[in-house]
Ligand binder design. Structure first.
Ligand code: DC
Length: 213
């Protein structure tokens, strides 16, 4: 591997497939920036709720979107996000109300268009490992480094419970895979890795082998 500053690694997969942990470790190994695109959909969902807007009222959501300023940055090689100047962190990303409403917000085409354009900006300034649902299919379709990390529904539910997070994974997967705008699908040229019976480090090793090979 030579110039990592232009490297773009796309890691997609369903909720709790382990893709965040893997993406974070791959980025650290390569010394490039880790970006969790789901956090951006979560941050905006939190902002919608904070503004007391009904998440299923897409007209009002888009009206808010148009006046919202997103600032993407990085700190210690991890992508950061502020919304209208407010830093978004774990509390905003993992509130139960956010889990319940993020799929509805992420299904709105205008929201996706705006966040996808923000996501592409990260790769203009450094190499990135970005994880999400449509990174290989929509955000960076031209990168040769695409991975789809999966795990059985039982293993994924168990991983969320172990994190102490209340999240109706099966319901969210169904919504994320069946929506019209950029549904969760496997890119034709993605390397598919089933992480059900693998440790995070084993998955990381597989990704690094493909990227370096
Ligand atoms: O990765 P996550 O579970 O934190 O993502 C939260 C939600 O955001 C997920 O239910 C679907 C949506 N999402 C998306 O639509 N596209 C992405 N690239 C990332 C996340």
């Amino acid at each position: 591997m030579t110039d990592t500053s232009k490297l773009v690694i796309a890691i997609d997969g369903p909720a709790a497939s382990g893709k965040s942990t893997v993406a974070r470790k791959v980025a650290a190994e390569l010394g490039i920036v880790f970006v969790n695109s789901g956090a951006m959909y979560r941050g905006f969902t939190w902002w919608v709720l904070e503004n007391e807007i009904d998440p299923v009222n897409s007209l009002l959501v888009v009206e808010l979107l148009e006046k919202t300023i997103f600032t993407c940055g990085e700190e210690n090689r991890v992508g950061t996000l502020t919304i209208d100047g407010r830093p978004m962190g774990n509390d905003e990303f993992h509130a139960e109300t956010v889990n319940q409403n993020v799929s509805a917000i992420a299904a709105i085409p205008e929201v996706r268009e705006r966040l996808v354009s923000e996501q592409r900006k990260y790769a203009e300034v450094s190499g990135v490992v970005m994880e999400g649902r449509d990174i290989g299919t929509v955000v960076f379709p031209d990168t040769p480094h695409k991975f789809y990390i999966d795990a059985s529904p039982e293993v994924r539910e168990q991983r969320r419970r172990a994190q102490g997070i209340v999240d109706k994974i099966a319901e969210r997967d169904k919504k994320d895979s069946s929506r019209k705008a950029s549904p969760l699908t496997v890119a034709d040229d993605a390397v598919v890795i089933d992480s059900s019976h693998l440790s995070a480090d084993e998955v990381v090793a597989k990704v690094l082998t493909h990227v370096g090979g």
